[in-house]
Design a protein around this ligand. Structure first.
Ligand code: PMP
Length: 393
């Protein structure tokens, strides 16, 4: 693996009674650790840091140049087409809320209730389909839901589940949605860190993802996709940057078009350039080899809960139904130097359906997730600890 994708803090240790032990971070799905190129990009930028689009001097020129270059890199990362916009947001939640507010009046939105809340709650009165038991069932449910829809429609679907790690049949769902004239948003928060996310290959009209899950923890996310609805919509944030000209009378304003329309206020330059640095490194990396490594880690660790009955491929995420998941997660951290997550993972309907009843604090599932820099040793230690704790599934 290239140095650019080395993990910052890969050798963190935890003091245990038997001596210090390397911290096994297995919670990438919540926030992935930073990679070297994200940190380097910030370090290299800071001497020149200035305001983006708001100044004439050296710092502002350089900052504006780097910000727009970051946009171009992200455009390449997602395979942006003519007419697509790349908008920097705070995270996936922000990106999805932005798109939800940009929908033309009367748009029908369709979602499965197996979604993360970020892709469940922003849509206005969505048609909610029960989480499907098979990819075929998903496609059929979308067909039925969209066949009676008139006017603009949007299917909002996850690329990979943050609970089961399963990769959804996005391309098939997109094809059927397009056959009924609907557009497709792919929530790629958990997909982008693991597999290439090309808009055309996925069949997506829009993609959303977060920098902090893509090894760039500086507070930026992305919404990429068709510019027409976005240009026609009310600005997401009203203010400087979003306005092209403002007259003396209240309400006398011409809004900007393009990404500026929805990037009101001073943009997050550090977030954008660090996110783009990772995109660039991933574009050049051997992603097949990276995925194969992540998959080989999966093989060492039982099945985990599954929506599609083990039929769908998975990214490096696996959740287990165990008694007292929060207690187990605590013991793993305290006694074994392993970091996982317990709870309902902001996907309450899905986790309840998969058997992890309870509240976010006291129930749910136990989730391990990994990515760049994760090792067989990390997963072996987890399996051994779960066996010792008597909860290996
Ligand atoms: N979608 C999925 C599938 C996720 O896993 C997450 C984060 N857990 C989100 C959306 C929301 O991402 P963020 O918190 O970065 O906005």
């Amino acid at each position: 693996m290239s140095d650019l994708l080395d993990i910052v803090g890969a050798d963190l240790t935890v003091p245990l009674p038997g001596g210090d032990i390397r911290f096994a971070h297995l919670d990438y799905a919540a926030s992935a650790p930073a990679v070297r190129t994200a940190a380097d990009a910030v370090r290299d930028l800071l001497p020149y840091y200035g305001s983006v689009h708001r100044g004439a001097g050296l710092r502002s020129q350089r900052s504006t140049f780097e910000y727009e270059r970051a946009r171009e890199t992200v455009a390449e990362f997602v395979g942006a087409r003519d007419g697509d916009a790349v908008i920097f947001t705070r995270n996936t939640t922000d990106a999805l809320n932005l798109l939800a507010r940009a929908l033309p009046a009367g748009t029908t939105t369709v979602v499965f209730d197996g979604e993360h809340h970020a892709n469940l709650l922003p849509w206005p009165s969505p048609v909610r389909l029960p989480a499907p038991a098979t990819p075929d069932e998903a496609v059929e449910a979308v067909r039925v839901a969209l066949s009676s829809v008139r006017g603009p429609a949007l299917l909002a679907v996850t690329g990979a589940s943050n609970v089961t790690g399963e990769i959804w049949p996005v391309r098939r769902l997109a094809d059927i949605a397009h056959a009924y004239g609907a557009r497709v948003l792919v929530d790629a928060a958990q997909l982008a860190p693991h597999v290439p996310v090309d808009l055309d290959d996925l069949g997506a009209d829009y993609l959303a993802f977060s920098g902090h899950k893509l090894y760039a923890p500086f507070g930026a996310g992305v919404l990429a996709g068709r510019g027409d609805w976005l240009d026609a919509a009310e600005p997401y944030l009203r203010g400087g940057g979003a306005s092209a000209s403002v007259g003396d009378a209240s309400g006398d304003v011409v809004w900007a078009t393009g990404p500026a329309r929805h990037e009101g206020g001073t943009p997050n330059l550090v977030g954008a350039i660090s996110l783009a640095a990772v995109c660039e490194a991933l574009l050049r990396a051997d992603r097949v080899a990276l995925l194969e490594h992540e998959q080989s880690l999966l093989a060492g660790l039982g099945g985990g809960v599954s929506l599609f009955g083990g039929r769908a491929p998975r990214v490096g995420i696996v959740s287990f139904a165990v008694p007292d998941p929060a207690g187990v997660a605590d013991r793993l951290a305290r006694d074994y130097g392993i970091g996982v997550r317990a709870g309902l993972f902001c996907a309450h309907p899905l986790v309840r359906r998969l058997g992890g009843d309870g509240t976010c604090d006291s129930g749910g599932l136990l989730r391990a997730s990994w990515g760049l820099g994760s090792t067989h040793d990390d997963l072996d230690r987890l399996a051994t600890a779960l066996i010792e704790l008597g909860v290996y599934p």
